[in-house]
Design a protein around this ligand. Structure first.
Ligand code: VGL
Ligand code: ZN
Length: 201
């Protein structure tokens, strides 16, 4: 059975020193690097949150405070600090991430009007990234996921992978949560398990 590894958004802005730093983010990088050295993956896919300046998920664009929510084109949108702006240091992969075997990089969140958490599609579930077709065309049946952040982009990526019919496995040691609320991590894990995502502890 062919396996793929999806590494979600291991970028400077989500790590220590970044504008949307996830606590403990740097701790997962050696673990993820060792996964990528494993020869059992047919495909290694990296995702990169890659927003234009003034993206509409940015609080600054709306004169809102970070942490507020608005309705954006009909769906709730959390207000984030400016992060992962195209061409900036914050959007680059963390310098300690070693990914010479990566076969595919997916840039997401490039449409200024709509946020995009999942590696598979935007938050309106309208525009696909092509990842499903890519994986199917390479006969992938099992998808393993790690990266940042567990309660946003990793969550959405795992749910879509399972929904698309891939056997889906989350590397718990290879992810960290934003935890706007402290219970978010636990609730995300419950939700993933309910939706047939297995957790590799
Ligand atoms: C993410 C919030 C905003 C993530 C991306 O990678 O989890 N979170 N943009
Ligand atoms: Zn983003």
């Amino acid at each position: 059975m062919k396996k793929a590894l999806i590494i979600v958004d291991v970028q400077n802005d989500f790590c220590e020193g970044g504008t949307l730093a996830v606590s403990g983010a740097h701790e997962i990088i050696p673990y993820i690097n060792s996964l990528m050295e494993d020869d059992t993956y047919s495909q290694i896919i990296l995702t990169q949150d890659y927003h234009p300046p003034h993206h509409k998920s940015f609080a600054s664009h709306h004169n809102k405070k970070v942490g507020e929510s608005i309705i954006l084109n009909g769906i709730p949108q959390f207000m984030w600090p400016d992060h992962c702006v195209q061409g900036t240091w914050g959007a680059e992969f963390h310098p300690q991430l070693h990914y010479p075997k990566a076969s595919h990089i997916i840039q997401k969140g490039t449409n200024p009007e709509i946020d995009s958490y999942s590696a598979f599609q935007d938050n309106h579930q309208l525009t696909k990234t092509g990842l499903t077709d890519f994986l199917r065309s390479h006969d992938i049946e099992l998808v393993e996921v790690a990266g940042l952040a567990l309660d946003y982009c990793v969550r959405a990526t795992c749910l879509d992978a399972a929904q698309e019919g891939f056997i889906t496995c989350l590397h718990f040691q290879g992810t960290r949560a934003v935890n706007i609320k402290p219970e978010n991590e636990k609730n995300t894990l419950y939700e993933l398990i309910q939706q047939k995502v297995s957790i590799l502890a």
